[in-house]
Design a protein around this ligand. Structure first.
Ligand code: NAI
Ligand code: MG
Length: 538
């Protein structure tokens, strides 16, 4: 409550809201942007709102204790609203990963966790969920501060969903069991499902806490131990909740969390001989690197959730206003930083022009600003590297002949804000239609008929998700089977319930997270065969 009051008063003291887009506020803006109307956002000159939380944990978490890195090195973690340093965080390298793996190995081979009953493990996970719920607003504030996501979303949606995910996996912990199978002969055959061992988990920055939950939840429910590396951009929230997990009763060494960079700490995890399973979310390029490291070391199995270029298909029977809104959400949600973003908006030619006009109006209405301010829909991109990548793609869209209908500029020169950007007349071969931009840049393409859209939607190396807007059952039945993707959302998008499996076809990855399928990532299957002395009882 105190937290909510502090935030409310902080929000009131920053009433510079919905400042009109003017050339003095956006010196870099092209003149035609200003003619688009009012892009509502706070003045970038305003002081950023003070986050209603303090940073307590910046060290590595190894064997139940917060410790410095072996080298003593730290790296700064930044506030994407300003580019300023929030805190210096201990930087893990090979030696720290070795220490973390030793702790996890010992906790698996000798500790109580894998031997506990599922019911005991579920209790700890339920208590953890209660603690996340209790500290919801502080965790959300830390997540917003470190990643730039709107606080309204982290506090009302993402952190509550993390609580929900933990309860989902707590519920599984005492329901994981094997089978007996009827072999063709005088044998009693059991199939045991055992924890796989030490899981090495590498997560990205676009959903730092959610990715933590998707990975840690099933691994713990199945009785494994963990070494997890956070993304170098966003180490803070995982350290905070890991402390809570120990308060909930997790034995030391079961979860070890290291902050650090990919080619050092990340590669040390992927290639470690004492890690039994690798689970990774991030780019396809890095996914290939970690898979190769896993194969060259101890051939550890890997679950990978990688990039995407998901089609969002709008058929001509669709209610245009609803379709525009959904396609806007499919792309712009989370600053456009979603592996499954609807980043190819395919619109039927009969409704194309109206759709483009309305999408432009929607983008111009989007409220960009300090993510701690109420009503803000879009915060800054996570860091300068992502900002530059997005600006490069906007330039590439313009140069390749797409029509820029909204946005196109960086906002201000402090922090990593980008105008909601819309391109029409996008063609399949353009880089903006093929590559993973990971930013607030919508590409609208035109199509004529069902056969054509099936072929074009599938003509990509990715296969993570697709959205379809239609009320025609025959169209829906055809598309749900024809699209080569791990998720098809009909008349909805970004639905992330804990029960629904998520993952990719093709170069979007392998394996599934969430849902019952996620448990398979963390279980070994052991067949046990005993001859039956009295085959009469077969
Ligand atoms: P990345 O895939 O390189 O990083 C993701 C994680 O992998 C981070 O924890 C990073 O430290 C680690 N990592 C990086 N190199 C590694 C290596 N050699 N060995 C082991 N671990 C390594 O993604 P990055 O560089 O942050 O973003 C680049 C692009 O990747 C984005 O612009 C976006 O297109 C895509 N991406 C996709 C995500 C998804 O959810 N599928 C999430 C984040 C980025
Ligand atoms: Mg990278």
């Amino acid at each position: 409550m105190a937290m909510a009051r502090r935030l409310a008063s902080s929000l009131l003291s920053h009433s510079l809201y919905a400042a009109r887009c003017s050339s003095s506020l956006f010196p870099g803006a092209r003149t035609h942007d200003l003619a688009f109307g009012v892009l509502r956002m706070f003045s970038m000159a305003a002081e950023p709102i003070t986050p209603p939380v303090e940073v307590h944990h910046t060290q590595l978490l190894i064997d139940g204790k917060f410790v410095d890195s072996a080298s003593g090195k730290t790296f700064p973690t930044l506030d994407p609203r300003t580019g300023e340093v929030i805190a210096h965080v201990a930087e893990a390298d090979l030696e720290d990963v070795n220490r973390a793996v030793s702790a996890a190995r010992k906790a698996f081979d000798e500790g109580p966790w894998p031997k506990m009953t599922g019911y005991e493990r579920s209790h700890i996970l339920y208590r953890f969920a209660d603690l996340i719920e209790k500290h919801n607003d502080e965790i959300a504030a830390l997540e917003t501060w470190n990643s730039g996501k709107p606080y309204e979303h982290t506090s009302q949606k993402e952190v509550p969903l993390v609580t929900r995910l933990m309860r989902y996996y707590a519920g599984w912990a005492d329901k994981i069991h094997g089978l007996t199978v009827p072999a063709d002969g005088p044998y009693h055959v059991q199939v045991l499902h055992e924890p796989i061992g030490v899981a090495g988990q590498i997560i990205p920055w676009n959903f730092p806490l959610m990715m933590f939950a998707w990975k840690v939840g099933p691994a713990l429910a199945c009785g494994n131990t963990i070494v997890l590396k956070t993304a170098e951009q966003t180490p803070l929230s995982a350290l905070y909740v890991s402390k809570l997990l120990h308060e909930a009763g997790l034995p030391a060494g079961v979860l070890n969390v290291v902050s650090g960079f990919g080619p050092t700490a990340g590669a040390a995890i992927a290639s470690h001989m004492d890690i039994d399973k690798l689970v990774f979310t991030g780019s396809t390029v890095t996914g290939k690197i970690v898979l190769e490291l896993a194969a060259r070391s101890n051939l550890k199995p890997a679950t990978l959730e990688l990039g995407g270029k998901s089609p969002m298909i709008v058929m001509d029977d669709a209610d245009i206003d609803q379709a525009v809104e959904l396609a806007h959400f499919a792309l712009f949600f989370n600053q456009g930083q979603c592996c499954c973003a609807g980043s190819r908006t395919f619109v039927h030619e009969r409704v194309y022009d109206e759709f483009v006009e309305k999408s432009k109006a929607h983008a111009l209405k989007r409220i960009v600003g300090d993510p701690f301010k109420n009503g803000v829909q879009q915060g800054p991109q996570v860091d300068e590297k992502q900002l530059n990548k997005i600006m490069h793609y906007i330039e590439s869209g313009i140069n390749s002949g797409a029509t820029l209908v909204a946005g196109g500029n960086r906002i201000g020169n402090k922090g990593f804000y980008v105008q909601p950007t819309v391109f029409s007349d996008v063609k399949d071969e353009m880089a903006i239609a093929r590559e993973d931009i990971f930013g607030p840049v919508q590409s609208i393409l035109k199509f004529k008929d069902l056969d054509e859209i099936i072929r074009r939607a599938n003509a990509t190396e990715y296969g993570l998700a697709a959205g379809v807007f239609t009320n025609n059952m025959n169209t829906a039945n055809t598309l749900m089977r024809a699209l080569r993707v791990g998720t098809v959302w009909f008349n909805c998008f970004h639905v992330f319930d804990p029960t629904i499996p998520f993952g990719g076809y093709k170069m979007s990855g392998q394996g599934r997270e969430k849902g019952i399928d996620s448990l398979k990532n963390y279980l070994q299957v052991k067949a046990v065969v005993t001859p039956l002395k009295n085959p009469a009882w077969l």
